[in-house]
Design a protein around this ligand. Structure first.
Ligand code: GRF
Length: 216
């Protein structure tokens, strides 16, 4: 069976990309796995794109022999539409069936979001709709939340507002240490994102009308 082809976009350290590389890329999940889809589903990262040429995520991709490309704003004279068109052309040229935003720090144009409707997902470090936007972990701490978490969602034209596919709660640790909370959230991200991608690859996630998402 041919692999399910994905592109990952990342601006930073790329630990979520690494989790996808380690857990999914080119692998089959044993049929014994409870949460895993059938073993005949394989996921292949066919490209990693970034807005930042210095992003560590690109080095992780290169180490794994995955194609990379950078789309810095300066190459497009600040024209976001033109940049996202080039980005979209690159993604489609790779035959990607899914685009995964894993710490991609650029707002995508409406045209891009429409072009990849239903095949564009994001991971966010809170239980949406709480704590949208930047520094969701800091927002949760400042707000005094005792539970926060991780969300994987389809991307729409708003910020962190698209239909939710999967969420997992993370308790705020005693003492409210930011470092400990970050570690706990990242550990959950590194499980939830590969699990969700795998479910999508297995055809078990359907985006319906409006915000309706069914996961079998
Ligand atoms: C993650 O916390 C993710 O939820 C957010 O950006 C961060 C990316 O981290 N969207 P990394 O680059 O994958 O380590």
């Amino acid at each position: 069976m041919s692999a399910f082809r994905i592109v990952v976009l990342a601006s930073g350290s790329g630990t979520n990309l690494q989790a996808i590389l380690d857990r999914l890329h080119g692998k089959s999940i044993p049929k014994a796995s409870n949460s895993g889809p059938p073993a005949d589903v394989q996921v292949e990262i066919v490209g990693v794109g970034s807005d930042r040429p210095e992003a560590r995520a690109l080095k992780r991709a290169a180490t794994a022999d995955v194609e990379t490309a950078t789309f810095p704003g300066s190459d497009f004279a600040g024209d976001r539409e033109a940049r996202d068109e080039a980005l979209g052309d690159w993604i489609e040229g790779l035959g990607a069936e899914l685009v995964v935003l894993a710490g991609y720090m650029q707002l995508l144009s409406s045209d891009f979001v429409r072009r990849f409707h239903g095949r564009l997902i994001n991971i966010h470090p809170s239980l949406l709709p709480a704590f949208k936007g930047l520094d969701a972990i800091g927002q949760a701490l400042d707000y005094g939340a005792t539970v926060t978490g991780v969300t994987v969602h389809f991307v729409d034209e708003g910020v962190d507002s698209g239909p939710i596919i999967a969420q997992r709660a993370v308790p705020v640790p005693a003492g409210r240490s930011r470092t400990k909370l970050e570690q706990a959230i990242h550990a959950v991200e590194h499980e939830l994102l590969p699990e969700t991608i795998y479910l999508i690859a297995a055809g078990r996630v359907r985006l319906g009308e409006g915000r309706a998402v069914s996961v079998k």
